[in-house]
Design a protein around this ligand. Structure first.
Ligand SMILES: Cc1ncc(COP(=O)(O)O)c(C=O)c1O
Length: 459
């Protein structure tokens, strides 16, 4: 959306009128942070909202506006905001110390829970983020295989580290994004998730592949869906060829099922990485896998087997506050129907939104699996029936356009005016604590948004 569309839009002026406090803070932030933000996904024109507090499925901005929240802490908050057990666990540990610089009971309990829940987790190593966990997974794979190449799927996100920071939203030809070395990009091969045969052929044609890394339910948690057939093929071919299969379960872990996508599919990868829900809404990551791979981090194994160990530090690995919130969250995931409720809310929300689209005769659709939902804004002007839309038929280009579609920004603004905060995909995630009232409210906000968009000729 450019400045011209902004200045002429009633939607934009209504948004500005509701959010003067956020506008003021955003102006100030621009003199501190590039673009005034600290995470690319927070870019929002004319300015993002500034949030003061949050509880359950809701959050409130500095101007007192209430929103149903579908960001869910970038996927970390399957229990919603300020879950009591998670909050108390953090408070308790804050009083006992934030950093003993020593081993502690909480890291052992946290790791035990991960082992119990995740099928491939014979051994666990904690990191501070999903980005770091993926870096370590790749390093382990290269150390074990002695091979260089990483095969990734176009559009799949694995954090902002050098091996993964291209071919997600751009640089689909595999070229290095600014600041990355061509030598690093040159060791990454990008495959297409909609080309099972081509991806198989790529893996079968080479002897230098250390690892295949993917988001197991599709890029950006299913914005780009994949078929189970592809995941089965990857498991089979990597096993045959001694390639390390890495599931990036940073979003899917403890969300699509207690044991993540691997439990949902019944397909066990060699390595899996986690973050987000893992630490209950505080920073934390982990790489998990068999002893035969994780032993590359083990002093005794290196000594007895005569290999050089991979070094690994990290000031905040398994920090006790994050471990405490992680335990509180994972204990609820393990013992309650948390994942089931989040998934059910996702299905009910998608159905409610598609009902509105159908009733209002809008040729869009809301798709997604599990607890994800995404608006398909139909860039190619297809004949779309929202109730039966199959995203796999829409193709990579159209699905990837998502947030770049001209109507996407105004849809988000209109939903925000209606008290619903969706992400830039546009879409979001449901938690276990979204309610039927939240879903009904969101459906009504969509109906009103459609009216606003029609009045501006966007539909
Ligand atoms: C699938 C996936 N992998 C990795 C990451 C990076 O995790 P972090 O932001 O904790 O570094 C993300 C973050 O959104 C993600 O969605």
């Amino acid at each position: 959306m450019n400045a011209g569309t902004l200045s002429n839009s009633k939607i934009v002026s209504r948004y500005r009128d509701r959010t003067p406090g956020s506008a003021e803070r955003s102006r100030a932030a621009r003199s501190i942070f590039p673009s005034g933000i600290v995470h690319d996904s927070r870019r929002f024109l004319p300015h993002p909202i500034y949030v003061e507090r949050a509880l359950g499925s809701r959050k409130w901005d500095v101007d007192g506006n209430e929103y149903v929240d579908y960001h869910g802490g970038h996927g970390a908050l399957i229990l919603g905001h300020c879950d009591q057990r998670v909050t108390r666990a953090a408070q308790r540990q804050l009083e006992l110390g934030t950093h003993p610089a020593a081993c502690h009971d909480l890291e052992v309990r946290w790791g035990t829970l991960v082992k119990e829940l995740v099928p491939c987790a014979e051994r666990v190593r904690f990191t501070s983020s999903g980005t770091e966990a993926n870096l370590m997974a790749l390093r382990l794979a290269r150390a074990c295989t002695g091979k260089k190449k990483l095969v990734r799927l176009k559009g799949h996100f694995h954090g902002w580290q050098d091996h993964a920071a291209f071919g997600v939203d751009d640089h689909f030809d595999g070229s290095a994004a600014p600041g990355l070395l061509e030598e690093i990009a040159g060791n990454v091969l990008l495959a297409s998730s909609d080309d099972v045969g081509g991806t198989r052929a790529l893996l079968e044609s080479r002897d230098d592949v250390a690892a295949v890394m993917l988001e197991p339910t599709g890029g950006s948690f299913g914005v780009l869906p994949i078929t189970v057939e592809l995941v089965h093929m990857l498991r089979q071919v990597t096993a045959e060829r001694g390639i390390v299969l890495i599931f990036d379960e940073v979003v899917t872990g403890f969300r699509v099922a207690r044991g993540g996508a691997q439990a949902y599919y019944g397909i066990t990868p060699d390595l899996a990485t986690f973050a987000k829900i893992l630490a209950g809404g505080l920073p934390g990551g982990a790489v998990t896998g068999p002893e035969a791979i994780l032993e590359r981090l083990d002093f005794e194994a290196a000594e007895s087997k005569g290999f050089e160990k991979i070094g690994h530090q990290g000031t905040y690995n398994a920090n006790p506050v994050c471990a405490a919130t992680g335990i509180a969250c994972l204990e609820r995931v393990a013992s309650e129907d948390v994942c089931e409720r989040a998934n059910r809310n996702g299905a009910e929300l998608r159905a409610a939104l598609n009902e509105v689209l159908a009733e209002e005769r809008v040729p869009w659709a809301v798709y997604g699996q599990h607890s994800g939902f995404y608006f398909f804004l139909n860039p190619g002007g297809l004949d779309v029936d929202p109730r039966s839309f199959d995203p796999l038929e829409a193709g990579f280009e159209a699905l990837k356009q998502g947030g770049k579609h001209p109507a996407a920004q105004k849809l988000r603004l209109a939903m925000s005016i209606g008290g619903v905060d969706i992400s830039g995909k546009p879409g979001g995630l449901t938690s276990a604590v979204h309610t039927a009232a939240d879903i009904a409210h969101t459906a009504e906000a969509l109906r009103e948004s459609i009216r606003m968009l029609r009045a501006e000729g966007e539909l």
